[in-house]
Design a protein around this ligand. Sequence first.
Ligand code: ADE
Ligand code: ZN
Length: 327
Amino acid sequence: MSSGLTLPKAELHLHIEGTLEPELVFDLARRNGVALPFETVEDLRRRYVFDDLQSFLDLYYLAMAVLRTAQDFTDLTDAYLAKAREQGVRHAEIFFDPQAHTSRGVALSEVVAGLTAALRTSRERFGISTRLIACFLRDRGPEEALATWEALQPHLEQIDGVGLDSAEVGHPPQLFEPVFARARDAGLHVVAHAGEEGPPEYVWQAIDVLGVERVDHGIRSVEDRALLHRLATDRTPLTVCPLSNVRLRCVPELSRHPLPKLLDAGLLVTVNSDDPSYFGGYVGDNFVALRDALGLDDATLRQLAADSFRASFLPEGDRDALIAEVR
Ligand SMILES: Nc1ncnc2[nH]cnc12
Ligand SMILES: [Zn+2]
């Protein structure tokens, strides 16, 4: 049997901008003539200590200033895919943040062209099938989300779904009902971050108002029995990111992570890396860390891996073929 590190798996919660390793930050800064407020790679890495989601987002948005051309986005994505292959990833549903780039003057066409150039040949080169999900930055408000939806129209052939991310508390999902309705009507998949730092009420809104097919994070659902029952009954997957939750202090330590409670409540749980460059591990590393901290047995690790395919947007036949490889 494979170890947790290399078990075949899907990664369903991965921000491509969060795979930007410090070495690549410096390479791209040099290539693009971007001045950085950090002296060295080590200096940058030393800043990877966070108090909460916002303290992480401040650094995340700052570092991505080096991403300027389509080639930068291609190089970033290729580096992730190479790493993901080593971690057993066979399918990846990848988030990107259009507004984080257009707000800096980088054209959306440049971003999408760069990402899709890497994704187009991912299967041949890395054995990884992919989907691309454009996320709205909730702290920039529902009006800007609608404008971003309009800007995405020429690129919808390349985009499989929309999501909702960035600073959660104070920016409830229900504000984004109009833009999610448009995305659903256009036949796109819909997901949203909810219940990472925000209350269970935000998870209710994500499922009832936005109609999401998966909840990203969703860990605070453990605080609400009726919500757990609903998520279990509907088999609505949660894309849980254990190392992220510890680094952003949503959970005090891995041994106290709510994942076992979510499994006991019958939820479809998946394990993911979120922003692996910043949180100390890629997706396979998250499996290994969970095994070590929570004593998860091999059968549970295999269930988590198989459920990552069940929760994916792959067609049923492809899903079943990949699930058969989890052993
Ligand atoms: N963990 C996270 N929560 C919300 N927005 C994000 N953007 C990148 N990572 C995120
Ligand atoms: Zn995330």
